[in-house]
Design a protein around this ligand. Structure first.
Ligand SMILES: Cc1cc2nc3c(=O)[nH]c(=O)nc-3n(C[C@H](O)[C@H](O)[C@H](O)COP(=O)(O)OP(=O)(O)OC[C@H]3O[C@@H](n4cnc5c(N)ncnc54)[C@H](O)[C@@H]3O)c2cc1C
Length: 350
C-alpha cells in the first residue's frame, strides 16, 4: 500500500501527518502480560517502506483531497447524492440530487466507490452482496493515554475473550485508537455507560484517560458477486466489506484503486480492450474472498474470541515460533503482500 501511495505522490505528506511505525505488530496476551513481536526490520532489503503509517482516515482523506485539487480535471461535488443510474452500450448516466436540485451526468465509465451501503451497487447489482453479518459490535474509540510508557508498541493486538482490543497509536500526542468488542444485543445508547469498566480493566497504569471520540459499528464479511457490470465497476467497501481487525478494509480498497486507475486510463487511451475490467473484477474479488476476508476473520477470532485455552495456547506457540526466527517473521509479514494483484494492463492489445 505504501509503495502505491508513494507512486501517487502522497506518501511524504501522509508520513509527515501520521505516525511512522517501524516496530511491527505487537501481540499482547492480556491475561499473562506476554508480548510477541513480529518486527518490520526483516523487510528492509525488500522494500523502501518497512513500516506502517498510522493516521485517522479523516486526515488521510484531507491530504488526498489536497492532492486531487492540484489536477485541473477533478471536480468534487460536495453534498451531491447519486440517486439513480442507467447504462447502455456507450455510456452510464447517473442521477444526482443536491440542495441545488436534480441533475444528470453521463460518462463512459463509472466507479462505484460509495462505501458499504453503495447506492451504485444497489442500482446495478440489486441486492447482490453475499456474506454474513457478525453478531457482535465493535466500539472504536480515540483516547489520549500514555500506552507507550507501559511497553505497548505502536500497533498492538490485545488477545482476550473479554478484554480483546486493537490498540494503535494514531498521533504523536498520545492519541490512540482502541477498538473493542461487545454483544450487539446490548443497547447502543448505553455504550458510554459501559465503557469506563472496559478501560478500568485494560489501562495498564493510572486510569486517567481522555475519550476524544467513539463510534460503534456492525461488522460484515461480504462481497458483490462481481465487481464489473459492463461500464460500471465497484471498488473499496462498495465491492467488499470486512471486519477491520488487522486493518485490511481500506488496505484492500486502495489496492483495488491501484489496479483500476491504471486499467481505466489504458482503456480510455485505447491501449487495451475494456475486457481487462473482467480481470480486475475476478482478481480483486478472489483476493478478497481467499485472503483478506479469511485473514481478518482469523485476526478477529484470535483477538476477541480466544475462549478455548488449548486452542489459544496452540496459536500462541505458533506465533512464538515465528517470532523466534527472522525468516519466518519475514514470511509472515510477506504473506499479506498477497493482497496485491498485478496490473491488468498489458494482458492484451486493443
Ligand atoms: C471504526 C472503523 C475502523 C476501521 N479501521 C480500519 C483500519 O485500521 N484499516 C483499514 O484498512 N480499514 C479500516 N476500516 C475500514 C475502512 O474505514 C473502510 O474500508 C474504508 O473507509 C472504505 O473506503 P471507501 O472509500 O471504499 O468507502 P467509504 O470510506 O465508506 O467512503 C464512501 C464515500 O461515498 C459517499 N457516498 C455514499 N453514498 C453515496 C451516494 N449515494 N452518492 C454520493 N456519495 C455517496 C460517502 O459519503 C463516502 O464519502 C475501519 C472502519 C471502521 C468503521
Amino acid at each position: 500500500v505504501l509503495d502505491g501511495l508513494d507512486e501517487l505522490g502522497l506518501l511524504d505528506d501522509l508520513s509527515t501527518e501520521g505516525v511512522r511505525a517501524a516496530d511491527g505488530l505487537n501481540l499482547r496476551v492480556f491475561a499473562t502480560g506476554e508480548q510477541i513481536r513480529w518486527g518490520f526490520d526483516v523487510l528492509r532489503d525488500l522494500t523502501e517502506h518497512p513500516y506502517n503509517v498510522h493516521l485517522g482516515q479523516d486526515r488521510f482523506a484531507r491530504i488526498v483531497l489536497q492532492h486531487l485539487h492540484k489536477h485541473e480535471n477533478v471536480d468534487v461535488r460536495w453534498g451531491t447524492e447519486v440517486s439513480g443510474g442507467t447504462q447502455d452500450g456507450d455510456s452510464v448516466t447517473l442521477e444526482l440530487s443536491s440542495s441545488n436540485g436534480n441533475s444528470t451526468i453521463s460518462s463512459a465509465y463509472v466507479v462505484g466507490a460509495d462505501g458499504a451501503s453503495s447506492a451504485v451497487r444497489s442500482m446495478f447489482w440489486g441486492r447482490d452482496f453475499d456474506g454474513m453479518t457478525w453478531p457482535d459490535r465493535f466500539v472504536a474509540t480515540n483516547v489520549r493515554y500514555d500506552f507507550g510508557s507501559h511497553g505497548f508498541g505502536n500497533a498492538n493486538m490485545q488477545i482476550d475473550p473479554v478484554y480483546g482490543a486493537v490498540i494503535a497509536r494514531i498521533d504523536d500526542n498520545d492519541l490512540w485508537r482502541v477498538t473493542y468488542c461487545e454483544d450487539a444485543g446490548l443497547p447502543e445508547e448505553s455504550i458510554i455507560d459501559r465503557m469506563p469498566a472496559f478501560f478500568d480493566a485494560v489501562l495498564p497504569g493510572d486510569k486517567e484517560y481522555e475519550l476524544v471520540h467513539h463510534s460503534p459499528y456492525r461488522m460484515h464479511q461480504r462481497a458483490a458477486g462481481s465487481f464489473r457490470k459492463d461500464r460500471v465497476v465497484l471498488a473499496g467497501d462498495a465491492a467488499h466489506v470486512t471486519n477491520p481487525t488487522g486493518g485490511l478494509g481500506l488496505t484492500c480498497g486502495l489496492l483495488d484503486a491501484y489496479v483500476l486507475h491504471d486499467a481505466l486510463a489504458a482503456i480510455i487511451r485505447g491501449d487495451v480492450p475494456a475486457d481487462v475490467l473482467d480481470a480486475y473484477s475476478t482478481e480483486r474479488r478472489t483476493v478478497f474472498l481467499d485472503k483478506a476476508s479469511p485473514s481478518a476473520t482469523n485476526f478477529k477470532q484470535l483477538v476477541y474470541h480466544s475462549s478455548d485455552p488449548a486452542m489459544l495456547e496452540q496459536a500462541l506457540a505458533g506465533m512464538r515460533h515465528v517470532a523466534g526466527d527472522p525468516d519466518l517473521v519475514r514470511a509472515a509479514q510477506l504473506d499479506l503482500s498477497g493482497l496485491r494483484t498485478p496490473s491488468v494492463v498489458g494482458r492484451g492489445a486493443a
